[in-house]
Design a protein around this ligand. Structure first.
Ligand SMILES: C[S@@+](CC[C@H](N)C(=O)[O-])C[C@H]1O[C@@H](n2cnc3c(N)ncnc32)[C@H](O)[C@@H]1O
Length: 205
C-alpha cells in the first residue's frame, strides 16, 4: 500500500531540519549517501515488511516507510529517542505504517524473526552484534530479500587484516565475522560500497 503523497511531501519538508538537529545533538543517523543507497536498495525489491534494527529518532524509518509503502518493524533500546521518533512519524502521518519496539535487539530481533517474514532488513544497531542479528534474521528473510548493513568498515578499522586497537577489538573482530558470512556465495549476492563508513547490500539467494 503506498503512502499518501501529502505524507511524502511533509517528510521532504521537515526532513532537512530534523536531520540537521540530529547531527547537532550527535545522534547517529544515516548519512546522505548511505540513505540514498538504502532507499535504492529497498525500492529494488518489492517490500511488504521491513525490519529495522536501530531506530534512533526514526529518521531512516520514516524514509523507508514513505518510499516503499511497506510496514516497518523497528527496534530501539533508548526510550527518549523512540518518543521523538513517534512524534516525528505522527507529524508526517505515517505512524500507522510503523511498529516500534522498545528494548534490546538481542531479544527483540529473534522474537520478531520468528513471527514474521521480511523482504528487507536494515541492520544499524550495536556494531558488535551484526553477525548475531544476521543469524537471527536469515531464516525469516524472503528469497531475494535484502540485508542492508551500515558502517561495516567501522571507522575504516575493519578493512584488511590489521590487528585492531584494544578499544575497538570486539567490534572489529565481530564485524569481520559478519563480512565473512555475507561473502558466502551460496547464501548471498553481496556488494560492499566504500561510501562513508562502508555499506553492505546483500541479496539472499
Ligand atoms: C545508528 S543509530 C540508528 C540510526 C537510524 N537507523 C537512522 O539512520 O536514522 C543506532 C541506534 O541503535 C540503538 N541500539 C544500539 N544497541 C542496541 C540494542 N542492543 N538494542 C536496541 N537498540 C540498540 C542505539 O540506541 C541507536 O539509537
Amino acid at each position: 500500500m503506498s503512502v499518501p503523497e501529502e505524507c511524502a511531501k511533509k517528510l521532504r519538508e521537515i526532513s532537512p531540519a530534523y536531520e540537521a538537529r540530529a547531527r547537532e545533538e550527535y545522534i547517529p543517523i544515516i548519512r546522505p549517501e548511505s540513505l540514498k543507497l538504502l532507499l535504492d536498495a529497498a525500492k529494488r525489491t518489492k517490500c511488504y515488511r521491513i525490519l529495522e534494527i536501530g531506530t534512533a529518532i526514526g529518521f531512516s524509518t520514516a524514509w523507508l516507510a514513505t518510499e516503499t509503502g511497506a510496514i516497518v518493524d523497528t527496534v530501539e533500546k533508548d526510550e527518549k529517542r523512540l518518543e521523538r521518533a513517534r512524534a516525528f512519524w505522527q507529524e508526517i502521518g505515517i505512524e500507522n505504517r510503523i511498529n516500534a519496539y522498545l528494548g534490546d535487539a538481542d531479544e527483540l530481533v529473534p522474537m520478531l524473526a520468528k513471527e514474521n517474514t521480511y523482504d528487507f532488513v536494515f541492520i544499524d544497531a550495536a556494531k558488535s552484534r551484526y553477525s548475531d542479528y544476521l543469524d537471527a534474521v536469515y531464516p525469516s528473510l524472503a528469497k531475494s530479500g535484502i540485508v542492508f548493513a551500515d558502517n561495516v568498515y567501522y571507522l575504516g578499522l575493519v578493512k584488511g587484516d590489521v590487528y585492531p586497537p584494544h578499544k575497538h577489538r570486539t567490534i572489529v573482530t565481530n564485524m569481520r565475522a559478519f563480512l565473512k558470512k555475507i561473502s558466502d556465495k551460496e547464501k548471498f549476492d553481496t556488494t560492499i560500497y566504500d561510501t562513508e563508513d562502508g555499506t553492505a547490500v546483500c541479496v539472499k539467494l
